[in-house]
Design a protein around this ligand. Structure first.
Ligand SMILES: NC(=O)c1ccc[n+]([C@@H]2O[C@H](COP(=O)([O-])OP(=O)(O)OC[C@H]3O[C@@H](n4cnc5c(N)ncnc54)[C@H](O)[C@@H]3O)[C@@H](O)[C@H]2O)c1
Length: 255
C-alpha cells in the first residue's frame, strides 16, 4: 500500500452528503492508503448510500455524539472492522436556528447548550470514546471556522467554535503524554448542509470571493480535506494544539 496515509486506520465522522467535508476526507484518505470507518448520525440509510460512493465502500457505525450509550459502545463497534485507530476526524457541528443568523441576544440557554454539546464538548467525548483504540503517533483532527472574530450571522456557533478551538488545545495538553496529537483545520466557507442552515451564509461567500488573496471555491472541499490528511499523517509529528487555516488566506488580510 502506498500514499500519505498508507496503513493508517481512521474513524471519520460527519458524512451526510457527498458535499460534506468529511466525505472528501474519507475519499482522499482511502486514495492515500488509509482504511476508513465512518460514523453516521440520524439518517443512517442516507449515510450508508453515500458511503458506497467512496473508492472503497466503508462501514458505517451509528454515533450521535450526545448519546452516552453510543459513545460507550463506540470502541467495540469500531473493533468489528479494524483492530485499532491511528486517527479520528471530528467533522460535526450543529446549532438550533435561534442561535444563528443574528439571534445572539435572544437565543435561549437550552438551544445554546445543544450547540455547545454537539459542536464543542463532543470533540472531547469522541476522542475519549476512541482512545482505547489509539496508540502513540495517533491524531485527532477537527474542523473549525475561525473563531477569533465575531462574524455577522454565526452567533452562538462562533462561540461554540471558540470553545472547540480551546478544547482542542486542552486535548493536546491532556493526551500529549500518550503521544496523541490534536489539531484543527479552520476552513473557509463551503456549501454544505451545515452551511446552508445558517441564514445569511451568503455574506461569507461574498466576502471570501472579494478578499481571499488566493481566491476561494465554495464548492471545493478538497483543500480542507488535504490539510486534514496532512495533520493525520506522520508529517506533523511534533505539532499539536495547532489550527491550520485553509481559507485562501482570508484570515491574514485586514478589512
Ligand atoms: N461548511 C463550512 O463553511 C464550514 C467551514 C468551516 C468549518 N466547518 C465545519 O466542518 C464540519 C463539517 O461540516 P460540513 O460543512 O461538512 O457540513 P455537513 O452538514 O456535511 O456535516 C455536519 C455533520 O454533523 C453531523 N452531526 C450533527 N449533529 C450530530 C450529532 N448529534 N452527532 C453526530 N453527528 C452530528 C451531521 O450528521 C453532519 O454529518 C463542522 O464542524 C462545521 O462547523 C464548516
Amino acid at each position: 500500500m502506498s500514499g500519505l496515509l498508507a496503513g493508517k486506520r481512521l474513524l471519520v465522522t460527519g458524512v451526510i452528503t457527498d458535499a460534506s467535508i468529511a466525505f472528501s476526507v474519507a475519499k482522499l484518505a482511502q486514495e492515500n492508503g488509509a482504511q476508513v470507518v465512518l460514523t453516521g448520525y440520524g439518517r443512517l440509510s442516507l449515510v450508508e448510500r453515500i458511503a458506497k460512493r467512496l473508492p472503497e465502500p466503508a462501514p458505517v457505525i451509528e454515533v450521535d455524539v450526545t448519546n452516552t450509550e453510543h459513545l460507550a459502545g463506540l470502541a467495540d463497534r469500531v473493533r468489528e472492522h479494524v483492530d485499532g485507530l491511528d486517527g479520528v476526524v471530528h467533522s460535526i457541528g450543529f446549532a438550533p436556528q435561534s442561535c444563528l443568523g443574528g439571534g445572539f441576544l435572544d437565543a435561549p440557554w437550552e438551544d445554546v447548550a445543544t450547540a455547545l454539546h454537539v459542536s464543542t464538548f463532543s470533540y472531547k467525548s469522541l476522542a475519549m470514546a476512541a482512545l482505547p483504540l489509539m496508540s502513540p503517533g495517533g491524531a485527532v483532527v477537527g474542523l473549525t471556522f475561525d473563531a477569533t472574530k465575531a462574524w455577522p450571522v454565526y452567533d452562538w456557533m462562533g462561540v461554540a467554535k471558540a470553545g472547540l478551538e480551546s478544547a482542542s488545545r486542552y486535548l493536546a495538553l491532556h493526551l500529549g503524554k500518550q503521544g496523541i496529537r490534536s489539531n484543527l483545520v479552520a476552513a473557509g466557507p463551503l456549501r454544505t448542509i451545515a452551511a446552508k442552515s445558517i441564514p445569511g451564509f451568503d455574506q461569507f461567500e461574498d466576502a471570501w470571493a472579494e478578499r481571499a488573496p488566493l481566491g476561494w471555491s465554495l464548492t471545493d472541499q478538497e483543500p480542507a480535506a488535504r490539510a486534514c490528511l496532512a495533520l493525520l499523517s506522520d508529517w506533523f509529528p511534533a505539532t499539536t494544539g495547532e489550527i491550520v487555516h485553509v481559507d485562501g488566506g482570508y484570515h491574514a488580510i485586514g478589512s
